[in-house]
Ligand binder design. Structure first.
Ligand SMILES: Nc1nc2c(ncn2[C@@H]2O[C@H](COP(=O)(O)OP(=O)(O)O)[C@@H](O)[C@H]2O)c(=O)[nH]1
Ligand SMILES: [Mg+2]
Ligand SMILES: [Zn+2]
Length: 303
């Protein structure tokens, strides 16, 4: 006879390792996965969430409760709503690549989210094998701006498998999400880091019973060295929409650094007199490109 589902089923602790849209894949402490629905009134769980769930039948269950999160990344959704992308993150890994192209404005948006959500940032330059002399020079200049601000930059080629050990060290014992525009190599990097990815993927799609063609919104993989990475398609931007103008300024480390030297305590570093931020753009202490992107993002958010 089947176990009855409901009140008498024991509560199991687990973690959401994949979000399939309508269903979730939960992994328990022993590494067993189950395809779960969520209790109707429950808020939307995200990959990385620690949950309590009950088994309703072999390999299937229902998420009853989402445990407290230490961080949550959201993205804008329809009707001004936000949807959770990933929970309990320690690190956001922003991937850049010359192909399709380097997008510093997108990078700055990721970094702003890191700053104001207090999640550690890491910048990864992928596809170094494609760099020629000219693009190398342009990239070095860009990278230098971020290194001066205290950001760490790791250079890799997922195809030639260079730089991966350094990257592994940065990922150890943390939950990280890989973000970046489509085509920068998030999935290829994930593959390169996980020798048994094929197996993990198979387990997940078998557990789901939905086959391997189901679009997973994002998936959490366990690294052999300890730590987890979340590969997530389509996270090209997350909820900057709910970032206030103060948080936007806070998200730029160099603006934050000089802001308390501005004459006005509420200075937004636009046209105000005696603005230490603008002065330091003038004298080259603050990168003009970064300041212009600050202005551009303000426009985009239209305060
Ligand atoms: N030359 C080169 N190509 C790469 C590298 N990493 C990924 N690619 C290629 O870039 C394309 C997009 O990679 P993918 O991992 O799907 O990107 P994603 O959309 O960010 O997940 C694929 O054709 C990869 O083979 C790299 O280090 N060097
Ligand atoms: Mg991908
Ligand atoms: Zn100012």
């Amino acid at each position: 006879m089947n176990q009855p589902s409901g009140k008498n089923s024991p509560i199991i602790k687990g973690r959401i390792v994949a979000h399939l849209g309508k269903a979730l894949i939960v992994e328990d402490d022993e590494g067993q996965t189950a395809l779960c629905k969520k209790r109707t009134q429950l808020e939307q769980p995200a990959v990385g969430d620690y949950v309590e769930w009950i088994r309703t039948e072999a390999g299937a269950g229902r998420v009853e409760k989402v445990l407290e999160r230490r961080s949550l990344l959201s993205r804008p959704a329809k009707k001004g709503n936000v949807r959770p992308v990933a929970a309990n993150l320690d690190q956001i890994v922003a991937i850049l690549a010359v192909k399709p192209n380097i997008d510093p404005l997108l990078l700055d948006q990721y970094l702003i989210v890191c700053e104001f959500q207090d999640i550690a940032p890491l910048i990864v330059l992928n596809k170094t094998d494609l760099l020629d002399e000219e693009s190398r020079k342009t990239i070095d200049e860009l990278v230098l701006i971020y290194k001066k601000l205290g950001y760490e930059v790791v250079e890799v080629s997922a195809v030639e498998k260079t730089g991966l050990n350094e990257l592994r060290q940065h990922l150890q014992n943390k939950t990280s999400i890989l973000v970046g525009q489509s085509g920068v190599g998030k999935s290829t990097i994930t593959n390169a880091l996980l020798p048994d990815l094929a197996i993990q993927t198979k387990t997940l799609s078998t557990a789901s019973g939905l086959g391997k063609h189901t679009t997973t919104l994002s998936t959490l993989y366990k690294l052999p060295e300890g730590g987890d990475i979340i590969d997530s398609p389509g996270v090209n931007i997350f909820g900057l929409a709910h970032i206030t103008e103060q948080n936007l300024a806070y998200g730029f480390r160099e603006i934050r650094h000089f802001a308390d030297q501005c004459k006005y305590s509420n200075c937004m570093h636009l046209k105000e007199p005696k603005c230490a931020v603008k002065d330091n753009v003038e004298n080259g202490e603050i990168s003009k490109q970064r300041y212009l992107r600050y202005l551009k993002l303000r426009d985009k958010l239209s305060y």
